[in-house]
Design a protein around this ligand. Structure first.
Ligand code: PEP
Ligand code: MG
Length: 553
């Protein structure tokens, strides 16, 4: 039996047959243009139209985050500057396949230099390049294989357009060589609730594995190929247990001894509300408001903002909705908040820093949120992103309270803040820990880069210590401490987070059932022991192992 290791996303085991996705098209040869340039440009025009139609067709079937990715891709495919640049190359005697390849390669270089949000779109451009070239040359577009039976999909990496239209009832698990825990594949797998392994670097993605049986275990991060009949039977029994546990009653979050742990949803717009309600989320722990305005050139009016916010607030009468003020910059740039190009945008004028530099935008958002709260029955908690010291904390709380907000907190995602959490806690109403950024900044490792993805692991004791500092400070000052980064959606980590003093966990709606059922198994004493064991470890791997041992795994 062959076994490989990667970063696991989700929890459920997958057992089934492997299908390998066709590899990307090779780089085209620089053969001279055959026929007239006019004919070649006509062919290119038809290919672009075909690709854009195909993407639009997929768009009709897509939802949420997947839809946004596809919308961006349609715009890219139809971008006249891309067509014109390729046409110019054809006029210069280059064959259409090569013209498309070179043009999109140029665009990829430009995007990569424009900051993290655009850098993350490079994969989308590479995918467009493949699709147009396939259409121009009349070969099949590399993509998800068709199958009547559910399957485990193996791929070098998944293009957003592929993951966007995955049929979750057909795909048992995604396994890719590339990607990290914050890659497109990982994010979309989470939003679909499909288990995944990413960054399985030694995986053979040639067709050789197609048709073989495999067991994918996202908890251990392993894929086992050609397992024995006994292993399959054991995995099936474990999967049945997992399904039973996750389909239990949707009770409020609590440990076995009754200790309450709020289970909240992360949302980006009104479209995420039904999923959160279906999962019986007890409110919203992170409403990422910047997602609503990523394509706006100008700051949205108070009225427009209010209407958008009400779409989310209306879904949670009598419950809290924690709204994160615009977190502009780095991976989520907003033209109206941080228009300047920065060398290191993740270390630049982002999050609260950008808001503080644009006080009217800050005030308008707080005003729109107050008005939206008054017109709905939700309880609005507001928080600022990327706060890094006491002065910023005090300043933000002052402005938000002046505008009438009563629950004003800060996101803890910069180590400087966590290190002096005891000094800051008396001045705020709550901490919400953003483990994605907290991990990125602790390790100085870009959360979007596959090459340093191995650092993006909140299990590392260096990160856990910072979380403990926040949990302790929150406990000593009787303020709520929650986690709204991806770490909260890992059920074992969720137990450890509670042991570190975080009694509110916010995650994508799909993760709630598994976290709920895991928390129910332990009392607070055990959660604290698991946390201590993880803190005492010397790496992310040993921390997780130590916690799992305490929890009886
Ligand atoms: C985080 O950093 O963990 C977080 C929740 O915020 P975002 O992922 O939106 O930066
Ligand atoms: Mg963040």
């Amino acid at each position: 039996m062959e076994s490989h290791h990667g970063v696991g996303i989700g929890r459920k085991l997958a057992i089934g047959k492997i299908l390998v996705m066709a590899p990307p098209l090779p780089e085209p040869l620089d053969t001279p243009l055959e026929g007239s340039a006019t004919d070649a440009k006509e062919k290119l025009k038809k290919a672009v139209a075909q690709v854009s139609d195909d993407l639009k067709h997929r768009l009709d079937k897509a939802h949420g985050e997947a839809k946004a990715v596809l919308e961006a891709q349609v715009l890219m495919a139809e971008d006249p500057t891309i067509f014109d640049a390729a046409a110019q190359k054809i006029d210069g005697g280059v064959n259409p396949g090569k013209a498309v390849f070179d043009t999109l390669a140029d665009f990829q270089v430009q995007y990569a230099s424009l900051g993290e949000y655009f850098a993350a779109r490079v994969a989308d451009l590479a995918d467009i390049s493949q699709r147009i070239r396939a259409a121009v040359t009349g070969v099949e577009v590399p993509g998800i294989p068709e199958s009547d039976e559910p399957f485990i999909l193996l791929a070098h990496d998944l293009a957003p357009a592929d993951t966007a239209t995955l049929d979750p009832s057909k795909v048992l698990a995604l396994v890719t060589r590339e990607g990290g825990p914050t890659s497109h594949t990982a994010i979309l797998a989470r939003s679909f609730g499909i288990p995944a392994l990413v960054g399985v670097h030694d995986l053979d993605t040639s067709d050789a594995l197609s048709g073989k049986t495999a067991i994918v275990d996202p908890i251990s991060g392993d894929i086992r190929i050609d397992p024995s009949a006994e292993e399959i039977a054991a995995a099936e029994a474990k999967l049945a247990e997992q399904i039973k546990a996750a389909s239990g009653p949707k009770t409020p979050g609590a440990l076995a001894d009754g200790t309450k742990v709020l289970l909240l949803a992360n949302v980006g717009s009104g479209a995420d509300v039904p999923g959160a309600q279906e999962a019986a989320a007890e409110g919203v722990g992170l409403f990422r408001t910047e997602f609503l305005f990523l394509s706006s050139k100008n700051a949205p009016s108070v009225e427009k903002q209010k209407e958008e916010y009400k779409k989310v607030l209306a879904g949670f009468p009598g419950q809290k909705v924690t709204v994160r003020l615009l977190d502009a910059g780095a991976d989520k740039p907003l033209d109206f908040l941080n228009p300047d190009k920065e060398e290191n945008p993740a270390l630049g004028l982002r999050g609260y820093r950008a808001l503080a530099a644009n006080p009217q935008i800050l005030r308008d958002q707080l005003t729109a949120l107050k008005q939206a709260e008054e017109e709905t029955e939700a309880e609005v908690w507001v928080m600022a992103p990327m706060i890094s010291d006491l002065a910023e904390s005090i300043e933000f709380v002052k402005v938000a309270k002046e505008i009438g907000h009563t629950q004003v907190g800060i996101m803890a995602e910069v180590p400087s803040l966590a290190l002096i959490a005891d000094k800051i806690a008396p001045h705020v109403d709550f901490f919400s820990i953003g483990t994605n950024d907290l991990t990125q900044y602790t390790f100085a490792a870009d959360r979007l880069l596959g090459s340093v993805a191995n650092f993006q692991d909140a299990w590392h004791p260096a990160v856990l210590k910072l979380i403990k500092s926040l949990g302790d400070a929150g406990g000593a000052n009787s303020i709520s401490v929650g986690v709204c980064g991806e770490a909260a959606s890992d059920p074992i980590m969720a137990v450890v987070l509670v042991g570190l003093g975080c009694f509110s966990l916010s995650m994508s709606a799909n993760a709630i059932a598994d976290v709920r059922s895991e928390l129910k198994k332990y009392d607070l004493e055990t959660a604290k022991k698991a946390a201590t064991a993880a803190l005492d470890a010397d790496s992310a791997v040993t921390a997780r192992d130590a916690a799992m041992k305490v929890l009886g795994y």
